[in-house]
Structure formats: structure tokens, C-alpha cells
Design a protein around this ligand. Structure first.
Ligand code: HEC
Length: 181
């Protein structure tokens, strides 16, 4: 076959292939399977975003006294009894050096807002059973982690109303609020 002839054959085959694809596309249009509409209940299970101003928090409350039990049962095996972390698992209580700079970045000395802690724990922890804790258990265990970091007292009742007002030690470490209009 001459070069010229061969390229004509290839062109024709391509045209036929394109036509087939077009036909298949048209045929498929009548039977597009786009799945089912997402129900509000399904969305609730995914729409777990909590903003620093507290938007998105579920109603609830909890303190560290009750959070200790949740922590010891659900978290301590990996993060250690006092939140020190272990191989492959981050510490939840950070250490600072003498100058106050973080040696180990963790919730207390690095995270700028408590909402992130709530959001993260509710969504992802424990990793073996994410989303298995009730809202109340999340408030309790978040209160306990804040207590371990010396941010609130053991009796402090953490609620959907006051979580956004918790002053995290590193709240100014990311954004210079004096520069934000
Ligand atoms: C089976 C082990 C395991 C258990 C149990 C567990 N965690 Fe974790 N946790 C991890 C690992 C591993 C990471 C790091 C995940 C990553 O970086 O993707 C993590 C990350 C975290 C972080 C983010 C830390 C950081 O600075 O990045 C927080 C907060 C946290 N866990 C809290 C909890 C709480 C609260 C519980 C109990 C309700 C819990 N975890 C139970 C293994 C565990």
C-alpha cells in the first residue's frame, strides 16, 4: 500500500470510529444513570463544617470531667493518656521551649481556633470509627483536650454558644487581626 493510500485508510477508519462513538453517545442519552437525588438526611451526615465563629456547631454541651472517660476509652490508646502522642500519632498537647516557641506543634500551642478541634474530632476521630461519637461526647472530649492544654478548667461547660469564644493561645499566629479591616 502506498503511503498516500494508507493515510486515506487511516482517515476513513477514524471517521467510522468517530461516528460509532457519536451514535453510542446519542443512544446512551436516553438512559443516563445519574443516581438518586441526595436527601437532606444524607447531606447532614456530610455537612459537618464548623466555622471559627461557631456556625455549624450542633446544639450540645460537655465538660472535661465527663470528657476524661470518653478520652480514656476512645483516644488514649493512640494519643497517650496525657495527649503526648506516640509513634505515628500526633501529640494533642504541645511542648514549648524556654522561649515559648513550639517544640512540638499541637492543638494548644498551634491551632488558632477551638472550632477546628471540634470539626476535626467530630469528622475523623477515632479513625477506626469516624462519626461514631455523639455531639455530647464530642463536646466532652473536646473540653478534655482543651483542659489537657490548660486552656479551660475541668468544670468549664463547653457549649455551642461559647465554643467560638475560647481564646486559643495561638489565635493570632496565622492572621494579623490588626491588619484585617
Ligand atoms: C487508632 C488510633 C487513634 C485513635 C483511637 C484516635 N486517634 Fe486522633 N489521630 C490518630 C492519627 C493517626 C492522627 C493523624 C491523622 C492524620 O494526620 O491524617 C490523629 C489526629 C488527631 C488530631 C489532629 C492532631 C494534629 O495536630 O494534627 C486530633 C485533634 C485527634 N486525632 C483527636 C482525637 C480524639 C479526640 C480521639 C478520641 C475521640 C482520637 N483522636 C482517637 C490516631 C488516633
Amino acid at each position: 500500500m502506498s503511503m498516500h493510500k494508507r493515510s486515506r485508510v487511516i482517515k476513513r477508519s477514524l471517521a467510522v470510529l468517530l461516528l460509532c462513538m457519536l451514535n453510542a453517545g446519542i443512544a446512551a442519552q436516553g438512559t443516563l444513570r445519574l443516581g438518586q437525588p441526595v436527601s437532606e438526611a444524607d447531606l447532614e451526615d456530610w455537612d459537618l463544617i464548623v466555622m471559627p465563629d461557631g456556625t455549624g456547631l450542633p446544639e450540645g454541651a460537655g465538660n472535661a470531667l465527663l470528657g476524661r472517660g470518653v478520652y480514656e476509652q476512645q483516644c488514649a490508646s493512640c494519643h497517650g493518656l496525657s495527649g503526648q502522642g506516640m509513634a505515628g500519632v500526633p501529640a494533642l498537647v504541645g511542648e514549648n521551649n524556654a522561649a515559648g516557641e513550639p517544640l512540638v506543634r499541637a492543638v494548644g500551642n498551634y491551632w488558632p481556633s477551638a472550632s477546628t478541634l471540634f470539626d476535626y474530632v467530630r469528622r475523623a476521630m477515632p479513625p477506626t470509627a469516624p462519626k461514631s461519637l455523639s455531639s455530647q461526647q464530642v463536646y466532652q472530649v473536646v473540653a478534655y483536650v482543651l483542659f489537657l492544654n490548660d486552656i479551660i478548667s475541668e468544670e468549664f461547660e463547653l457549649t455551642h454558644n461559647n465554643l467560638s469564644t475560647i481564646e486559643m493561645p495561638n489565635r493570632d499566629g496565622f492572621v494579623d487581626h490588626s491588619q484585617v479591616q
